[in-house]
Ligand binder design. Structure first.
Ligand SMILES: [Zn+2]
Length: 261
């Protein structure tokens, strides 16, 4: 997501300068006089900022053998290890973040999105929603969404309720709060229980199927250490590692719950 500032040089020569940071909509780009120029330059292939990772290829998961790795309960500073492994192998994943961690890690959230990954909402502090009033559920979800939006500009991010609690009341409260889909999982290697990278890897590889959503936790060193091998093994079996929205070709519906494709 490079920020492009447009300079109109005398004589009608246009230069597109890629800036490392800055507001999405600069006053210059929004000014009425620059609008035709902006449209003209939109047709020109814009160079990528040097710090951006390789652009990710579009995948059609109706045809490709797709799988979505998901990472819950972070982000923590060591989440960079997972992001590095994903980037180095051209893979993407979805991070279901806690608001009270994400609020201190806005840079990490931006880096996730820059790398083509998706960010999901895993509540503010991992509360047990069955014990909360609907108003309290709303606060958990909306507060986290605000942090995600402030960091990345994305809205209506998919929700994964802590502990996968997803009864009708909770689902209703979540949908009224953020108008987003709920995403659970179809493969659970129990990485919080088996703090052993080889076991986590084996459990994933045994259970994975095309269209699977895999539950992992980037807060555990043993899980992070297993990620490069999981990615390699899945790719060796012909899997394309995509985000949850990509797994459904972008057709996730608010209020619905997804376990797998
Ligand atoms: Zn969790």
């Amino acid at each position: 997501m490079s920020r492009v500032a447009i300079l109109v040089v005398a004589g009608g020569v246009l230069l597109a300068l890629v800036m490392g940071s800055g507001p999405v909509n600069s006053p210059r780009a929004n000014s009425p006089e620059s609008a035709p120029r902006a449209r003209a330059i939109a047709a020109i292939k814009q160079p990528k900022a040097p710090t951006d990772p390789k652009p990710t290829k579009k995948v059609n998961c109706r045809r490709a053998k797709c799988v979505a790795l998901t990472f819950d309960d972070g982000p923590v500073s060591q989440t960079t290890e997972v992001l590095r492994a994903l980037r180095q192998s051209g893979a993407r994943a979805t991070f279901f973040v806690l608001g009270n961690e994400a609020v201190h890690n806005a840079q990490l959230l931006r880096r996730m999105v820059r790398g083509g990954n998706a960010v999901g909402n895993h509540s503010w502090d991992h509360a047990m929603f069955t014990r909360l009033s609907s108003a309290a559920i709303r606060r958990e979800v909306q507060r986290t969404q605000r942090v995600i939006t402030a960091a990345t500009g994305t809205t209506n991010n998919p929700v994964r309720v802590p502990y996968g609690e997803n009864d009708a009341r909770i689902r209703g409260a979540v949908t009224r709060s953020v108008h987003a889909p709920t995403v659970l999982w179809s493969v659970d290697p129990l990485d919080w229980k088996y703090r052993n990278s080889a076991t986590v890897w084996r459990n994933v590889m045994r259970a994975v199927r095309p269209g699977a959503i895999v539950l992992l936790h980037d807060i555990h060193p043993t899980t992070r250490a297993a990620v490069p091998r999981i990615i390699r093994s899945l790719q060796a079996r012909g899997y394309v590692l995509v985000t949850v929205p990509e797994l459904f070709n972008g057709h996730l519906k608010a209020g619905r719950t997804y376990f797998r494709r």
